[in-house]
Design a protein around this ligand. Sequence first.
Ligand code: SAM
Length: 296
Amino acid sequence: MEDADDGRSVGSGARPMGAKEFQQLSEFIQNECGIKLPPAKKTMLEARLQKRLRVLGFHSFGEYCSYLFSSTGLEAELTELLNVVTTNTTHFFREPKHFDVLGAEVLAAWSARTGNRREFRAWSAGCSTGEEPYTLAMVLLAHQEASPGFRFSVTATDISTRVLQQAVRGVYSEDKVEDLPQAIMRKHFMRSKDRTRRLVKVAPEVRNRVVFQRLNFMEEFRLEGEPMDVVFCRNVLIYFERATQEAIVAKLCRHLRPGGWLFIGHSESLTGMRLPLHLHSPTIYQRRRETGEETS
Ligand SMILES: C[S@@+](CC[C@H](N)C(=O)[O-])C[C@H]1O[C@@H](n2cnc3c(N)ncnc32)[C@H](O)[C@@H]1O
């Protein structure tokens, strides 16, 4: 799995995690955020939690579990735990074919059908550090230039407050953008004045188009406003069991307009699930239109 480990291992410090603690923690994590942690993930969880143990001054995972499962611990530690267990690998224009289909097919057809009379709404569900929703905003801005009157919004959500903070800043290391075309770089990024820092910042015209918000797919949630025209939920479902995947996609569909589009990651599949979707092409789905249902 490409996203399985993002190198946050910090070496050993506390005593090794016992099987009982791993079971308690993995069951709790799966209930809270859906992420399944089979026994093979024990070393990864142990490595990622070492830093929390150090910060809290614990010497064993037993102490950490006693704290986490106490009423004060739960309130204070849950967000931190979720920040640690989520895997957040992402990059700009990831799986570029999706953005080609969006630009050339979805948006062109949408503008022709609606005459740009209403706002086009996009949702990056599981947005990590912001590269996906900012890419969406760049593609939508390009369409705006070509299609006068086109208006849009981008909503971006994630369970991890750590990645959301990074996403809102919109600051990235230069190596995260080194493969992007020069035209995109010039148009949508600003280089840091101090070149030795090797940082870039997403330009305000793009940053201002994305609204970030914390959202846990495992909870009952409602997004404000009209249903979405397009949902990108990519490289998120791979962490969940099949029944959880189906339940989450059913929730996403409730926020998707009939005829609206759902993009999932290339290693994910919805085959065999009972969902109101039909397959457009691999990893790209459209919400079914019921007879007589409003589509635009
Ligand atoms: C690998 S990243 C995918 C980022 C981006 N969509 C992409 O394809 O590049 C997966 C993201 O899903 C988020 N996630 C995991 N469980 C979640 C949940 N229960 N609710 C909302 N987001 C979740 C993680 O925090 C992480 O940022």
